[in-house]
Design a protein around this ligand. Sequence first.
Ligand code: FAD
Length: 592
Amino acid sequence: MADLADQYEVHDYDVVVIGAGGAGLRASIASAQAGARTAVICKSLLGKAHTVMAEGGVAASLGNVDPEDGWKTHFADTMKGGKGINNWRMAEIFAKEAGDRVLELERWGAVFDRTPDGLINQRPFGAHSYRRLCHIGDRTGLELIRTLQDKGIHSGIDVFMEYTMTRLLKDDQGRVSGAFGYRREDGRFVVFRAKAVILATGGWGKVFKVTSNSWESTGDGAAMAFEAGAELIDMEMVQFHPTGMVWPPGARGILVTEAVRGEGGRLKNSEGRRFMEDYDPDRMELSARDIVARSIYKEVQAGRGSPHGGAFLDITHRGPEYIKRKLPSMYEQFHKLADVDITKEAFEVGPTIHYVMGGVRVDPENEATTVPGLFAAGEVASGLHGANRLGGNSLSDLLVFGKRAGEGAAAFAKERGEVAVDESLVAVEKELLLRPFANHEAGRRENPYVFMEQIQDVMGEHAGLAREGASLRQGLEKMLALKARLGDLAVPDSRMYNPGWHACRDQVFMVELCESMIRSAIEREESRGGHWRLDFLELDQDWGRHNLVSTLADGEVHVEKRAIPPMPAELAALIDDKPAVSKAALQAVGKA
Ligand code: FAD
């Protein structure tokens, strides 16, 4: 061990959490409270993780405004939204515990919007049977992060900001024993030794060009797990949020929160018609995200789109005072980025990549992955949302499973003796990270930014909202061609302040995940949730009983169909085949 410390910055902890979004912070708090020495690491500054951007709210069946609500309905809505391929045990735990996690957040200081009686207020959202989203205007993520950050610091966690981890380290028995990476500002290599590691690195929306996701969402955690031997599931399942900005070009993809529709926003085509009448007349704008996204796509294809290839969203009937109070960020966003006053006119929206339902397979009880010593929570993990996530269910997912992951990892660490690191893994990663400089010296010029655009072009053209077998196969060929060029990525200069260099390793992560996504999308010959196959338009019963599991061995991605364990009868009895919709939600969109 001494030689590692001679060469690198080395830190020793019981539990290391990679990622400081909602999942990472909640996991760190739980780990520290369980008595484990805990560090949390993030690529940007504390408080800047993607979670801070969350707008609409956190879903929990508190029943504050609709007393009929309860965990059973939340469970059923989540399973129906996910089109039945969710991990039902995760959905059960989630629905039962989400309320406690939100109330705990309130005790820790989160200031939610209130009902007149002083309870946490709850708003309607797509495909939730009741008003269920606890919110703080349209800035819910900011309050969630602020509260967790404060609680985390006072729980004694150590924070390492602007560090990028690039490889999980193991001992000679194959147990994860830390992570290797670099400090972003000066490129210095760093080793974290740990008895357990939790991945909380978020999603990988950046593999698409039009996305609501931030620069951090390159899928590092899922790819690190994949490289370390963990299983990924349902990688074909990507969520296209129906309402991103489509104009001006620089703002394309930025999210227009579902809260606009939750507060009564109406979708119209170029003829001024509320076209959701044709696609889901019962739920209208509060239909599930997959259905609304497809409906906008179909309107555009039929020549009834808005001038820049989307649809119009109109909330003007709510009046300026209400809009500015309930949707302040949306008001500002359109005012500043598009010079549009949403209190006075309808605005253009269209589908944008928003969330990945696929990810690292975990045990529902403690979020252990299939690799000993490795845990995962939040968007990087998979199972809860199945084929389509309901709005608001991500923030409660982070809280429920972040806590469980922290406790699971701390328990694992307690049982484990001293950790040792297989130093050959450090050497392999160091060589991989330094290769772009050697390539540049040798005259190679594969530019990481151009490369990233090429990945995004392939995904957008061949694995986007509407998919088709022949096109997916072409996309796979193109992705494999990109994979063959990864070893040539080149950057000049030093490791100091060099984002081009950082981008090189990101491309490896992204290509690995994209290959798994495309291969899985080819395999699943049906349409389900976020996965819409134009050549297989219907739900297929057999596929409804299976997940797709991806593994990586010797650089090759393998995809296998695996049966979902049968659901206990008492849970199955909670799910009917009617689409979830609430009377109050329909009132909000003027339908009841
Ligand atoms: P993130 O918050 O993405 O955090 C990831 C962390 O991992 C970051 O700290 C990052 O720096 C770190 N990291 C990543 N890679 C590395 C690495 N290699 N080394 C070190 N650190 C690393 N969901 C809802 O439920 N309700 C909403 O209202 C809602 N609104 C949304 C609005 C927007 C605009 C967007 C984009 C999403 C919204 N979502 C919402 C989805 C939700 O915000 C995300 O799914 C969720 O925040 C993800 O949280 P996370 O903790 O898993 O990861």
